[in-house]
Design a protein around this ligand. Structure first.
Ligand code: AMP
Length: 397
């Protein structure tokens, strides 16, 4: 990695402004329902504290649309951080994120102390990468650290703008994300298998195109597989189909052949009468899907085919579920593949954020994977081969 990391900067007796991704799910009673993103930030925060820095944390939470809104306050995050760190968190509940009082408190902050700013998206300039907000945030500290991989594909004041005003580095979490995923796409142990699923071809098209240049095997399942199956001449009934992407699917099939990439599609699927858990369903081959049924999961033969490819892989990148895993009757394909990946201890296994990460966690297999990305959108863009602005803005070594 050519970006400065925490070990490349001198932090002793410095005030360090850290952009974290504390965008955690919160239920209607204000309880955090999954704190993995907060836990993932601890190595960087602890390192900074142990090495003599005063730490100022910032993050966005949800979409408050540029206005203060208690529903999106970072107060629950401050409380959870306090529990996890067993240490006081000075929470700056400021409607404009930074004002004179916050600046004074930051000035007084001593090495070993932690301050948390209010939701950066309380200011509408944040998502426009407004310079005034960036300068105000930067004025609180001597150094900036970006440890928010989940927003690295966005250019906002709190991740890109601040870099103009402060020396910067990435934190341990961002470093881990880009070094593991970077190796997987630039210098992987082979065979490299990419498993892509989820609902839409249109969302994943750039990833598929890029992975065709890199992977040995590409497995396509989930809702998006039906556009490919249709392109190959199958009747897909009421399954998800993006008519305007059929030509593109044909091009991808041709390109895979040209590039000698083995592209795997379902041989059979679980078809259902209606889009709900409690409905009539059964396993059928892809060439005999009835017109009034829809495919909601991969079938048994397909699970075996995909599992076989997984078993022989040395690097596995997975993004997107194989079926409607939120419904128990259509979660089997996703769960079985998660299990198969977890059993391949020889392979580097990388789970893109979002739904595949949720499926792996739900199946209790998270600790069996090499890496679960904390950023769904950011990891997709990384796999597309794009430069992520939040990382690009950080100082080079
Ligand atoms: P994405 O956000 O594109 O990764 O898609 C994830 C969503 O795709 C999940 O909510 C799944 O329920 C949905 N999905 C996966 N397979 C299918 C399918 N065969 N039909 C409809 N939706 C699906």
């Amino acid at each position: 990695m050519n970006k400065k990391g925490l070990k490349d900067i001198n932090i002793k007796n410095k005030k360090v402004l850290v952009r974290c991704d504390f965008n955690v799910p919160i239920d209607s009673d204000g309880n955090i329902t999954d704190d993995i993103r907060i836990v993932s930030a601890l190595p960087t925060i602890n390192y900074l504290l142990e090495n003599g820095a005063a730490v100022i944390l910032m993050s966005h939470l949800g979409r408050p649309a540029g206005e203060p809104n208690p529903k999106y306050s970072l107060l629950p995050v401050a409380k959870r951080l306090e529990q996890l760190m067993k240490k006081e968190i000075i929470f700056e509940d400021c409607d404009v994120v930074v004002d004179e009082s916050v600046k004074n408190d930051a000035k007084k902050l001593m090495p070993g102390q932690i301050m948390l700013l209010q939701n950066t998206r309380y200011k509408k300039e944040e998502t426009k990468n407004g310079e005034e907000l960036a300068e105000n945030l930067a004025s609180l500290a001597d150094i900036y650290v970006n440890d928010a991989f989940g927003t690295a594909h966005r250019a906002h004041s709190s991740n890109v703008g601040v870099c103009k005003f402060l020396p910067s580095s990435v934190g341990f979490l961002v470093e881990k994300e880009i070094s593991i995923m970077g190796k997987a796409i630039s210098n992987p142990e082979r065979p490299l298998t990419a498993i892509l699923g989820g609902s839409k071809v249109s969302d994943k098209i750039n990833v598929i195109e890029n992975l065709l240049n890199i992977a040995d095997n590409v497995i396509i399942g989930g809702g998006m597989s039906f556009t490919f199956l249709h392109a190959m001449g199958n009747n897909v009934g009421k399954s998800l189909l993006e008519e305007d992407k059929v030509e593109l699917a044909k091009n991808i099939l041709a390109k895979a052949k040209e590039k000698n990439v083995s592209l795997y599609l379902p041989l059979d699927v679980v078809v259902a009468k209606e889009f709900k858990n409690d409905t009539e369903f059964y396993n059928c081959d892809v060439n005999s899907i009835p017109s009034d049924y829809m495919g909601l999961d991969i079938g048994q033969k397909t699970i075996e085919l995909f599992s076989d490819v997984i078993k022989k892989s040395k690097t596995i990148i997975w993004n997107g579920p194989m079926g409607v895993f939120e419904m128990d009757n259509f979660a089997k394909g996703t769960n079985e593949l998660a299990l198969e990946i977890s059993k391949n201890s020889q392979a580097v296994s990388i789970i893109g954020g979002g739904d595949s990460a949720a499926a792996v966690e739900k199946a209790g297999l998270a600790d069996k994977m090499t890496h679960i990305s904390t950023g769904g959108g950011a990891s997709l863009e990384f796999l597309e081969g794009k430069v992520l602005p939040g990382i690009d803005a950080v100082n080079d070594k």
